[in-house]
Design a protein around this ligand. Structure first.
Ligand SMILES: [Zn+2]
Length: 115
């Protein structure tokens, strides 16, 4: 399961962050998931919860922020969110655009609590 390895990678990042804060614990981690990343947020959440349960990181909350697909217009250089697969630039109407984001998965932030 693809999402389980992603959940594992998130937990690795959390452990690395926790090492930088002795005496504190990470209580929440947020990730941004592009809508074209091929990641099922529900499956990711499920895998994450299963991995955290019973581990040294429990309790740890996961927040998944969806990241819309964005294109950059080749004509005017503007960027815009693509909805309903409408790829034309809303500024100048050009259909010449390239995808600039929407297929990534990145860490957004972590909440660290002093104990
Ligand atoms: Zn344009």
């Amino acid at each position: 399961m693809h999402e389980l390895s992603i959940a594992n990678a998130i937990l690795d990042a959390v452990r690395q962050e926790a090492e930088k804060h002795p005496g504190a614990r990470v209580t929440k981690v947020a990730v941004r998931v592009g809508e074209l990343a091929g990641i099922d947020p529900e499956a990711l959440d499920f895998g994450f919860t299963a991995l955290v349960k019973g581990s040294d990181l429990e309790p740890l909350a996961l927040e998944i922020e969806p990241l819309p697909r964005r294109h950059r217009c080749r004509q005017c250089g503007g960027t815009f969110a693509v909805s309903d697969a409408r790829l034309a630039c809303p500024e100048c109407g050009s259909a010449e655009s390239v995808m600039v984001s929407g297929d990534e998965m990145e860490l957004a932030y972590m909440e660290v609590e002093e104990t």
